[in-house]
Ligand binder design. Structure first.
Ligand code: EPU
Length: 417
């Protein structure tokens, strides 16, 4: 099995080009089920999760081709199936994003029920309840969601929690429903807003995207579009932390900070220097990182997808930091691996109390989920000696060529096995 091996301690200096956003590309690709005519998307990251949604779409008769110029062409004119099978959904929960579009376009969807995952139970009850409000008949049997509707109708949905993929599923379903749908307490993440923008380009009538109140007036048909996927804000944040941990000096290209304020504020408070200049951001780390407290929240709060990475930075301060996770109930699995590298972290209910140590030491560790894996890579970059990370397929789900990008800026990192 492949491993990533890092010899820690190198200062990272140079330029990194940020890839397109995974969590934006996945719903945008799923949305092609809704439209007639070909789509062309630019800046689609080459990731395992993108390959998985491609397989889910191909299994439904949608044609997905990566062109020589890097763009991805998606043509759903051959859409013929209704099913997202267990074998695909079990490798990526976000496959459930085809549920809303399939139901709206085909009147029928059979989607394997995603199970729990390493970071929490992650139910989809709010997706299902919302679809029922839009007139779907839903049954759960044999581990599958069976959903049917002759034509969805507009409805008023209040989400108990602002679920990201739930909002996306419901927004997509509502675009082809008869009448008006209102979604209250909608997720405001920039990726949800971008999906709204793409759906509008396809001909959907949506207002309020990027806010907690969405209004969608159903239309009869949607058409294909051309669109460039936004930069991955979590990849930006991950490289910023890498600069902070190695007293690095990086220029991040194809980058925007507009959706990363909570992270940038915390990193500046911790002592990093961050200088945006158009689509380029310079980030400089220095040798006195200050401890800061962090609480993860839905957007615009501090993203849970950056919690593990900032925790590594906090491991190397001279003080004490409290990191509270409020989005997922079990997202501290990286802690026991970081402890094996010498970190001093205590867990008290949903908070991690991190006491800074002088140095982390390289060790053999195991990746458990995507962001946990990223945190182990970061810890390895800062640690003394050699770190070996196994189960790196988690990283490939969401970071495009991470070791290539890191080695180009001076990291001693390689993949073996
Ligand atoms: N929740 C429910 N019922 C539902 C849906 C969600 O109780 O029907 C709860 C969840 O259990 C969780 C909270 O609501 O406690 C928020 O979960 P959400 O549904 O927003 O998460 P998600 O849509 O499954 C997306 C991202 C995650 C990211 C979260 C939170 C995608 C494809 N995934 O997941 O990304 O952590 O939002 O921002 O957009 C990652 O990229 O590493 C990743 C895990």
């Amino acid at each position: 099995m492949e491993k990533i091996v890092i010899e820690g301690g190198a200062r990272l200096i140079g330029d990194v080009t940020i890839s397109g956003s995974k969590n934006s590309a996945l719903p945008v690709l799923a949305a092609t089920i809704l439209c007639q005519g070909p789509n062309s998307f630019h800046n689609v990251p080459k990731l395992r999760d993108v390959a998985t949604i491609q397989r889910v779409l191909e299994n439904l008769g949608v044609q997905v081709t990566r062109e020589t110029d890097g763009s991805v062409r998606v043509d759903s004119s051959g859409l013929s199936g209704n099913e997202a099978p267990y074998d695909l959904v079990k490798t990526m929960r976000a496959s459930v994003l085809v549920l809303g579009p399939l139901l709206a376009r085909r009147g029928k969807a059979i989607v394997s029920l995603p199970g729990g995952c390493a970071i929490g139970a992650r139910p989809v009850n709010l997706h299902l309840r919302g679809l029922e409000i839009l007139g779907a008949r839903i049954e759960l049997k044999h581990g599958y969601i069976y959903a049917k509707a002759d034509r969805l109708k507009g409805g008023h949905i209040y989400l108990d929690v602002p679920t990201v993929t739930g909002t996306e599923n419901l927004m997509m379903a509502a675009t082809l429903a008869r009448g008006t749908t209102v979604i209250e307490n909608a997720a405001q993440e920039p990726e949800v807003a971008e999906l709204g923008t793409v759906l509008k380009k396809m001909g959907a009538k949506i207002s309020g995207e990027g806010t907690s109140l969405l209004q969608i007036e159903g239309v009869e048909t949607l058409h294909g579009v051309e669109h460039s996927i936004m930069p991955d804000r979590i990849e930006v944040g991950t490289f910023m932390v890498a600069a902070g941990l190695t007293q690095g000096n990086l220029r991040l290209f194809n980058c925007s900070l507009s959706s990363l304020e909570a992270v940038v504020n915390k990193l500046r408070e911790a002592g990093l220097e961050v200088y945006p200049d158009g689509e380029v951001v310079r980030v400089i780390g220095n040798n006195r990182v200050r401890s800061v407290d962090v609480k993860t929240l839905p957007y615009p709060g501090f993203p849970t997808d950056m919690q593990a990475q900032i925790m590594v930075l906090m491991c190397l301060t001279r003080g004490l930091s409290v990191i509270s996770e409020t989005v997922f109930e079990n997202r501290f699995i990286h802690v026991s691996e970081l402890r094996r590298m010498g970190a001093d972290i205590k867990i008290e209910s949903n908070s991690a109390i991190v006491t800074g140590v002088r140095q982390l030491s390289g060790a053999q560790v195991m990746a458990t989920d995507l962001r946990a894996s990223a945190s182990l890579v970061l810890a390895g970059l800062a640690a003394n000696g050699r770190t070996e990370i196994s189960r790196v397929y988690h990283l490939d789900r969401g970071y495009e060529n991470l070791e290539g990008k890191l080695s180009r800026i001076g990291a001693r990192i390689r993949r073996v096995g």
